[in-house]
Design a protein around this ligand. Sequence first.
Ligand code: ZN
Length: 102
Amino acid sequence: MGAPIRHFTAVGPGDRVFTVNIERDFRYDPYRDFVVCAHCDWSPSLLTTRRIDGMAWEHLASAHGADRGLSQQDNASFRKAGWVVLPLCAVLIVVLFLYAGS
Ligand SMILES: [Zn+2]
């Protein structure tokens, strides 16, 4: 399946932490994102105009009673991959400009 790129967490009864992940499947072009709950089968369609974070919080609160300590964070390893790709793109653009100008 996809790589988790973002986590939504909330604290529920008994200080248990519940997590909803956004997973990105890189096999598709353009990439496809999925929202997956780590605690049940909830995985809604993203063909909606609603914000993903709103849907995640609502699910955590309504299905798991977790409505405290809401937080979201990007997956660290995914962010690191972004730092590698960005400079590569920049170099590519510079090379293209040089090529076009010569
Ligand atoms: Zn759930």
